[in-house]
Design a protein around this ligand. Sequence first.
Ligand code: UGY
Ligand code: MN
Length: 242
Amino acid sequence: MNPSFGQTRSDIRRNHALLTPESHEWITQPDWPGAELAFLISPDMGAKFAMGLVRAVEDLSEIAPAAAGVARFIFVLGGEVRFPGNPALGPEGYAFLPPQEETTLSASKGTSFVLFEWHFLARGDLPAPVFGSVAEIEGTPLRGDDWLMVQKLLPTEAGFDAEFNIMNFHPGASLAYVETHFMEHGLLMLDGGGVYRLDDQWYPVGAGDAIWMGPHVPQWFGALGRDSSRYLIYKNYNRGPL
Ligand code: UGY
Ligand code: MN
């Protein structure tokens, strides 16, 4: 679509949204010196979490942790993100930072990453930070279907209130049925593409597209093309509906 003719594939609805790169609005924020941010999903649209893209237009030096009570998840798209005392995170490296985690973030100019933030539901002791890389995580078939593999990036134990997964679809694979659930999703397509059904809309999607799925929105994905499709997906987890 040609944005200079007033067109975009972005579509913001009551219970879901497709956010496509040509409509991203890059802004600066006082607590992110040296960075530009494009917030794609936020509570203003009905979500209970925020998801955005961050790009370092200068070196990022000791960016402060999230606000009190807020957890952070960072997924590196390009370049290098550093947390003191930990190996640098390269592309597809990730970090989960629970609330009250004091560690600061630094990154080289040109680095880009996905940022998720949400009000953490603490249950007993807070979990420790998690640092990892997608390449180190084994995949398991979703409901026994090895054409659709899931990599779980975080431990599933009760202290964690969110999950972040990579869904890997072989060409032609699809979700087995149209899911409806009270949990929300924030999604970024990493590779490939296909058709995403959200509520009663069918959207062609490809790498770089982001999606918000609100509670109960009917959702289904079918991968198209000759190459595999992958997406990163957030889900509130270990939390009941009330
Ligand atoms: O975990 C999930 O709910 C996932 N299967 N949903 C999705 O990919 N839209
Ligand atoms: Mn789902």
